[in-house]
Design a protein around this ligand. Structure first.
Ligand SMILES: Nc1ncnc2c1ncn2[C@@H]1O[C@H](COP(=O)(O)OP(=O)(O)OP(=O)(O)O)[C@@H](O)[C@H]1O
Ligand SMILES: [Mg+2]
Length: 309
């Protein structure tokens, strides 16, 4: 049982929350990550009274913006945002065009670093570490925080090579291991059944919806903790959108997902919490149900009822 648990953890099939619920009572266990680094050593002495009834209710904030601002040259795009995003679940970011949603999202894994003259103020802390700390290794940061963009952007390579790209970059060469990763990620992205016979075909020959699911599989292949999605369905038809939405709901058990969307029905359908941005500021952040039924701020209400934006 514990061996199986260890294997599942190594393959990142389950997360720690789920892992804890599988550990037999009164057992000392050592949990290691895939690099055989000891994460917890005989730390867990699980007893009935310490076992949470519903492991899902354990939530820690994983992304913490503290008065975070972003400028492009002299232009302020994100203005003093303070918010905490809990681990697990889906957080939607909504707001009118140009209000800084993508800028804020890209700040989380420092994609804005690529834009000349961009600079930031305040702090953005992920898993207790300020991502703008000089010591942060960007490659490993982006491995932990994957990103999926508005337009599917597969590499002009085979389906297999797209998914294997990240793991190879991180030094995995063993063909069996790569086969395993590619299959697991394509299954997680609900694409395996459609492409398993044609892994050596060009990714460019897939449909838009399939390409977007391939990009999600590619993002999952580096075993991220957080998935950032910037309008991942806006280039897709309703059927492909439905598949991506189902996928997001399935993935939220294992990943913390932050999604920017212009589609308010989509935000209402798939997210647990919603943040409303306007003119670079965070106006309101609450349970999705509350935002869409009884928002506290009149600006949020005006936006969700279509009176502006
Ligand atoms: N690379 C850039 N260089 C300069 N200004 C930028 C850049 N990217 C975005 N901006 C500006 O920053 C502001 C916020 O843009 P951002 O793309 O974050 O908005 P958004 O809310 O994602 O909009 P949309 O819903 O249209 O995607 C806008 O005024 C935009 O013009
Ligand atoms: Mg945007």
């Amino acid at each position: 049982m514990l061996q199986k648990l260890q294997l599942q953890l190594q393959n990142n099939i389950i997360n720690f929350r789920n892992a804890f619920s599988q550990i037999p009572l009164n057992n000392n266990v050592t949990i290691i990550d895939c690099n055989k680094k000891i994460l917890t050593d005989n730390l867990i002495n699980v007893q009935t009274q310490t076992m949470p009834k519903n492991p899902k209710i354990i939530r820690q904030s994983v992304i913490c913006a503290e008065n975070f601002s972003l400028w492009y040259g002299g232009k302020l795009a994100v203005n003093g945002v303070t918010m905490e995003i809990e681990s697990g679940g889906v957080t939607a970011i909504i707001g009118p065009s140009g209000c800084g949603k993508s800028s804020f999202l890209r700040s989380i894994n420092r994609m804005n670093d690529l834009i000349p003259n961009s600079h930031i103020g305040g702090r953005l802390v992920v898993d207790g570490q300020n991502v703008y700390d000089k010591r942060v290794d960007l490659v490993s940061l982006r491995r932990r925080i994957g990103m999926v963009f508005q337009r599917p952007n597969p590499f002009p390579k085979t389906i297999f090579d797209n998914v294997a790209y990240g793991p190879r970059l991180h030094g995995i060469r063993d063909r069996m291991r790569l086969n395993e990763i590619v299959e697991t990620c394509l299954r997680s992205a609900a694409l395996w059944d459609e492409v398993k016979e044609s892994l050596s075909r060009s990714a460019m020959a897939l449909s838009g919806g399939q390409q977007q699911r391939l990009c999600i599989a590619r993002a999952l292949a580096t075993q991220p903790d957080i998935l950032l999605m910037d309008e991942p369905c806006s280039a897709l038809d309703p059927i492909a959108t439905g598949k991506i939405e189902e996928l997001i709901v399935a993935l939220k058990e294992k990943y913390t997902i932050v999604i920017v969307t212009h589609n308010m029905q989509q935000a209402a359908r798939i997210s647990d919490k919603t943040a409303f941005f306007c003119l670079g500021e965070l106006i309101e952040f609450a349970e999705t149900n509350k935002i869409f039924t009884t928002p506290s701020n009149p600006q949020t209400e005006a936006y969700i009822t279509g009176r502006f934006g």
